[in-house]
Design a protein around this ligand. Structure first.
Ligand SMILES: Nc1ncnc2c1ncn2[C@@H]1O[C@H](COP(=O)(O)OP(=O)(O)OP(=O)(O)O)[C@@H](O)[C@H]1O
Ligand SMILES: Cc1ncc(CO)c(N)n1
Ligand SMILES: [Mg+2]
Length: 772
């Protein structure tokens, strides 16, 4: 069994240096600032004085840090007998035997041992496993707090010992912030300090600086020799999950603001806490109202948290106004949490303002206080006091200026860019840039992405990751959450991301979307293609009634050719249908396609084109010898390959657009949505248009959508994805089919055989024609 003891910042008390403030006050402040383990050391106190001080310290620390005692094993036993929480003992080479300490205190206690030489290490190695938890190794520098300190090792001497140590080594002896990086690189499990905290004017701030220096330091290089014996404890930068505080506004619909932060922090391995700056009445469609409680009340919330709990990281979101920014600023200055991420929220995804224009200046003033700021492009422009960057390169240059001026890392977010990429970049004050490229995910589930990213980042960082790693980890998690967002079926606007997508799928908790959600999602995703169809010259002219007869006949010939094969694939869908009801439906549709539609075409093709030439108007589809056009061939090939896939779901998904797009278009054409009156008896194509507006066809469409959406909803995610792609590909072929009779002067490129999986952020569904 391994036990994680957080040795990162180890305070050893010195009663004289603490002075009149008293040891408990200094310990309290240092622990609030991030000290994780405290050793009470006082060589001069009597046992009674020592015991009283120990009991008081245990109460002051109250479980926020570990507490061990230098040397006096009996006092530990006595304090524990009196109910004080004392975690263990630290013994020197000449103190009571560590074996005896382990025996007296039990397997869960912490037993530390001083070891300053290779011989000490050898002796430690000879102990039974589990006797000692860590070694205190020094002196790093000469120090006055221990007059009889051992020879000075320096960082190099320490590194040499740590490399062969069987146990985690805490470095001690005159250590300051500047030693954090070299010692961490040298393999230290933590920094043990005396005067750097006990003699500090502000022990809390000093502790925060030490923690920050430790966390910012690179971890030892992987080529360092591995420990010779497996260590009984895992040194980790912190024990337990980081305690992450979000200071932000609310979103009752649960996808952004505080609510997103809680989910995001939890999903990324942190303990989430919140202080609310504003209550926002909003949902996935927009912001309705903002209520700002008095800023004193924000202060009260912040104090309630920090008076009781060590705050390992802070994420700051919506700040609403100058009064709120002022409160946050003074609280940050007093507490200096070791990790601070600022999401400079100005506007919601919906476009609504969340920050007073006058407060922008105050927000810029926070930059030097935080570690990272995470602007999107408009927010970056506000921070830079420049125009919004037009290109990604301009944005990077702007970020370099902001980072340079403020001394803060800038994570620029490319979520608002046009095009197929959604890159982010981490820009350092010195101008260094880490790029995080990423393909844009085609989805409308982007409500709260910024909130979620910044919370994840604060949490990942507080768990010990270097900043670029924390960004990469947060983005990987966010992308998975964005992709799964549409399965939640939340809201009709920009839906939330699925913060627990990974967790649920690993835990078998994944829920299936409802059939309605699938249908709504698929319909949304084809919005751009639908708008394209509406704008085609063929559709426009058809609506207006001035479609050249030749174009209409071309279309009907192709449609006749198409329908014959479409009927065959419908029959295949009937053959593979899982229920009799579905079998009957698809078989009926196959019959209708052949009988009903071809009859209509026969009459058109017969009376118009062929009646003039050979007078054989009634012979119908058999009579014409049209060749399939490329768009027809491509569409039919797709349907046949869907039929051959052997997956019923994929086949019916491919068949659906021919129902859905026609029913939608038919109803709108017939209803005059294109500004014409096709019911007008003079409209040349009135009877043809009426077919697709037929209530029977609308009912068939409804049932087809229902069967496909239910099949997709019940399928596993991969099958559902294949179904969606088959559906979308058919939609693209529908457009090509409608485009073929009247090619644009600029010929439209043939559709990609496999349209790239989606991606039209910000596309609004055409009109009010959403089906569900
Ligand atoms: N469609 C998308 N595909 C992939 N990643 C995206 C997409 N939209 C946003 N992101 C990512 O989400 C994160 C947030 O970026 P965005 O630019 O949307 O921030 P924001 O505007 O602050 O968000 P919010 O509207 O929630 O405040 C970034 O990592 C960005 O790359
Ligand atoms: C409270 C809040 N913060 C941030 C955002 C950004 O999306 C939002 N919509 N609401
Ligand atoms: Mg944002």
């Amino acid at each position: 069994m391994t036990r994680a003891i957080d040795l990162s910042l180890y305070l050893v008390t010195d009663t004289r240096l603490c002075g009149r403030r008293g040891v408990p006050a200094v310990v309290d402040a240092a622990v609030s600032g991030g000290a994780r383990i405290v050793q009470l050391r006082d060589k001069d106190a009597t046992d009674e004085e020592f015991l009283a001080l120990l009991v008081e310290l245990a109460a002051v620390i109250d479980g926020r840090a570990l507490l061990v005692v230098d040397d006096r094993l009996d006092v530990v036993v006595e304090a524990r007998r009196r109910g004080a929480r004392v975690d263990g003992v630290h013994l020197g080479q000449s103190d009571a035997s560590v074996l005896r300490a382990r025996e007296l205190l039990g397997p869960d206690a912490i037993v530390g041992l001083t070891a300053n030489t290779a011989a000490h290490l050898e002796a430690a190695r000879a102990l039974p496993p589990g006797t000692v938890d860590y070694l205190g190794v020094g002196a790093i520098h000469p120090t006055t707090t221990k007059p009889d300190h051992p020879p000075v090792l320096g960082v190099e001497g320490f590194a040499a010992l740590a490399a062969v140590s069987p146990l985690p080594c805490v470095a001690i002896g005159g250590i300051t912030e500047d030693d954090a990086a070299p010692l961490r690189r040298a393999g230290a499990a933590g920094l043990a300090v005396v005067s750097a905290l006990c003699a500090a004017a502000d022990p809390r701030a000093a502790a925060t600086r030490l923690v920050r220096a430790w966390r910012d330091a690179p971890t030892p290089s992987p080529i360092a020799p591995p420990p010779i014996a497996p260590s009984p404890i895992v040194p980790s930068p912190i024990t337990g999950p980081p305690r992450v505080l979000s200071i932000a506004g609310t979103d009752p619909s649960g996808g952004a603001g505080i609510q997103a932060d809680i989910k995001s922090i939890s999903a990324n391995g942190g303990y989430a806490m919140t202080a609310i700056t504003a209550l926002v009445a909003q949902n996935t469609r927009g912001v309705r109202e903002i209520h700002r409680p008095p800023s004193d009340f924000l202060r009260a919330q912040l104090d309630a948290v920090s008076d009781d709990i060590v705050v390992d990281a802070v994420k700051i979101g919506m700040l609403a106004d100058t009064g709120i920014i002022r409160v946050v600023r003074s609280w940050l200055e007093e507490h200096r949490p070791p990790t601070i991420v600022l999401d400079p929220v100005m506007v919601a995804t919906s476009g609504d303002r969340l920050l007073d224009a006058e407060a922008e200046e105050a927000l810029r003033g926070l930059l030097p206080l935080v570690d990272v700021v995470t602007p999107n492009l408009p927010e970056l422009a506000m921070l830079a006091q420049e125009e919004v960057a037009a290109t990604w390169d301009d944005a990077l240059a702007q970020a370099v200026r902001v980072a340079g001026r403020s001394g803060t890392l800038v994570l620029v977010k490319g979520g608002h860019l046009d095009g197929d990429d959604a890159p982010d970049a981490l820009v350092e004050p010195g101008g260094g840039i880490s790029l995080f490229p990423g393909e844009r995910i085609r989805t409308r589930s982007t409500h709260g992405t910024g909130c979620s990213l910044s919370s994840a980042l604060a949490t990942r960082r507080a768990r010990g990751a270097a900043w670029p790693d924390a960004v990469a980890e947060s983005r990987a998690w966010l992308r998975e959450s964005i992709i799964a967002g549409s399965t939640l079926g939340v809201g009709g606007g920009h839906g939330p991301v699925h913060h627990f997508a990974g967790l649920w799928s690993r835990g078998g908790l994944e829920t299936r979307p409802t059939a309605d959600a699938v249908a709504a999602d698929w319909w949304d995703r084809i919005a751009r293609v639908r708008a394209g169809i509406d704008g085609l010259p063929f559709i426009r002219a058809l609506a207006d009634g001035d479609l050249p007869r030749s174009a209409f006949l071309f279309y009907l010939e192709q449609d006749a050719l198409y329908l014959r094969e479409y009927a065959r694939t419908l029959a295949e869908a009937a053959r593979t249908a899982p229920t009799s009801a579905q079998q009957a439906f698809w078989a009926g549709a196959a019959r209708d396609a052949i009988a009903g539609e071809l009859e209509l075409h026969a009459s058109w093709l017969g009376t118009a084109a062929y009646a003039d030439s050979d007078g054989a108007g009634s012979s119908g589809a058999e009579a014409f010898g049209a060749e399939p056009a490329p768009a027809t061939v491509a569409y039919l090939d797709h349907l046949r390959s869907a039929a051959f896939s052997g997956e019923h779901g994929v086949l019916i998904a491919a068949l659906l657009p021919c129902f859905w797009l026609y029913a939608d278009l038919g109803a709108r054409l017939h209803g005059g949505a294109f500004g014409t009156r096709p019911q007008d008896p003079d409209h040349p194509y009135a009877s043809w248009l009426a077919t697709y507006a037929d209530p029977g066809f609308e009912e068939a469409n409804r049932r087809a959508i229902g069967f496909v959406a239910e099949t997709a909803a019940g399928a596993d995610p991969r099958t559902r994805e294949r179904m969606r792609l088959a559906f979308e590909r058919s939609v693209v072929y529908e457009r090509a089919f409608f485009a073929a009779p009247m090619p644009n002067p600029m010929p439209a490129p043939m559709p990609d055989p496999m349209p790239a999986p989606i991606l039209v952020p910000g596309v609004t569904p055409a009109g009010g024609d959403r089906r569900r």
